[in-house]
Design a protein around this ligand. Structure first.
Ligand SMILES: Cc1cc2nc3c(=O)[nH]c(=O)nc-3n(C[C@H](O)[C@H](O)[C@H](O)COP(=O)(O)OP(=O)(O)OC[C@H]3O[C@@H](n4cnc5c(N)ncnc54)[C@H](O)[C@@H]3O)c2cc1C
Length: 394
């Protein structure tokens, strides 16, 4: 059960910490029902909004385990950063996903298999249980996500974009980078010549006999047609830091609800005003389940104090900036995905009032994103140096 506040996130982290070493390395692929935090952490919904920031999770882990004992867990935490950096460097991949999704949605209502899977009646018992679990809890184990995506694409022959969309609708941790790129990887679109095929023995073994798949699963993959992957661009440049003695607004948003702890360090400001911004419109346009929208909004709300307003539209942010006579508004960078289009509106409305809206990249992302130009193997070689500089300075 994921409760959207820091206290619950910290308690879950404490429960998992003893297991983050050897146990995680050897047990993480086993899927228990319900989620047992001894195998995997179950932290992803809190990591998604950074109610738990990656660097603090790793710091806690390193208090209990050596870096080598916890290396598998640390790698997995860094996979999320890798995917985010990878997409940030190649935003066209997200645009292409949206274009393909819009096409697929137009005909999806006529697709009987798609409708049957959504209704939990695919005829494959494990798939139907996992659909229900996803829709009810907003969480699936990583191994289940891999099997599910594989059966969806390679056995049921459904468009991968509709599967990625289903996950984005229901996962509490739904993340444009990790989700889209993992679905692409299973489909065979990410790493040349590599697809992921689920097989019944593997499902039976790692669910400890709970699912005996009698249906024939695909043993060969047909890689869907897609666009070529663009070369990495330069990372978008960030806005300037506010001048000394200025009146600064800090606008917290759902990608890093605790950004206050890195956004305004060492700044000689005249006054700081804090507010939150959450756009329900982005959720409804993208048909995201109310439980997900609620989890994200409440996560943000949970870090705001009584005198910190939470705004749901850009005009209210702009009025706040004017009323408080702000010189600049600081925000954590919004990563590539469905939320960044709203940020462009926000920027133009706020800046029309003569207030500079300035995005900043946290030290963790700034350190890692440039390493996401190639594969994870190369990225991973940068982890130990990064841990040293980022964790010890945070
Ligand atoms: C098809 C598919 C879709 C996915 N969609 C998402 C998504 O929308 N959002 C998301 O956060 N993850 C996604 N993942 C990655 C992974 O499944 C989840 O991060 C993980 O299952 C979360 O559970 P946990 O917190 O118990 O993970 P743990 O195993 O305890 O890992 C700790 C943390 O590391 C990160 N992490 C672990 N594994 C991965 C991974 N393979 N890729 C990226 N980050 C990882 C997560 O932040 C996680 O909370 C997807 C994977 C697949 C195969």
């Amino acid at each position: 059960m994921h409760i959207p506040n820091r206290q619950s996130a910290l308690e879950a982290l404490q429960r998992f910490l003893p297991h983050a070493g050897e146990n995680y390395a050897s047990r993480r692929n086993f899927v228990s029902a319900p989620l047992v935090e001894a195998n995997v952490s179950g932290l992803s919904p809190w990591v998604r909004t950074r109610l738990l920031q990656e660097w603090e999770i790793i710091e806690h882990v390193l208090h209990q385990h050596s870096a080598s004992a916890a290396s598998k867990f640390i790698d997995e935490v860094c996979w999320r950063t890798y995917w985010k950096g990878w997409l940030q460097l190649r935003p066209a991949v997200w645009e292409q996903y949206l274009a393909e999704l819009n096409q697929a949605r137009k005909v999806s209502f006529m697709d009987a298999t798609y409708q049957a899977v959504l209704a939990g009646q695919s005829g494959i018992e494990c798939v139907d249980q996992w659909t229900q679990e996803l829709q009810q809890t907003g969480y699936l184990h990583n191994h289940v996500r891999m099997w599910y995506a594989s059966i969806w694409i390679h056995t049921l022959k459904l468009p991968w974009v509709l599967g990625a969309d289903l996950f984005m609708q229901y996962l509490l941790d739904g993340d444009p980078a990790s989700n889209t790129l993992s679905w692409r990887w299973v489909a065979g679109l990410h790493t040349k010549g590599k697809t992921y095929l689920a097989n019944p023995d593997n499902i039976q073994k790692y669910t400890q006999g709970r699912f005996e798949v009698k249906e024939r699963l695909a043993t060969e993959a047909v890689i869907p047609k897609s666009f070529p992957i663009q070369q990495p661009r330069s990372l978008p440049s960030l806005g300037p830091l506010p001048q000394k003695k200025s009146r600064v607004g800090v606008l917290l948003q759902e990608d890093d609800v605790r950004a206050l702890n890195w956004l305004v360090t060492n700044q000689d400001t005249a006054e700081i005003h804090i507010a939150g911004y959450f756009s329900p419109a982005v959720y409804s346009v993208n048909k995201i389940a109310p439980m997900v929208a609620q989890f994200r909004q409440e996560s943000l709300q949970s870090v705001l104090q009584a005198d910190h307003p939470l705004f749901n539209d850009v005009d209210s942010v702009s009025n706040w900036a004017v009323t408080k006579q702000l010189d600049a508004v600081l925000m954590a960078e919004v990563p590539t995905g469905m939320w960044d289009s709203k940020i462009q509106d926000l920027q133009s409305v706020v800046e029309a009032q003569g207030v500079k809206l300035s995005m900043q990249r946290c030290p963790w992302d700034a350190h890692f994103y440039p390493l996401a130009k190639a594969g994870f193997f190369r990225f991973k070689q940068g982890i130990s140096a990064a841990l040293h500089s980022v964790v010890s300075s945070s």
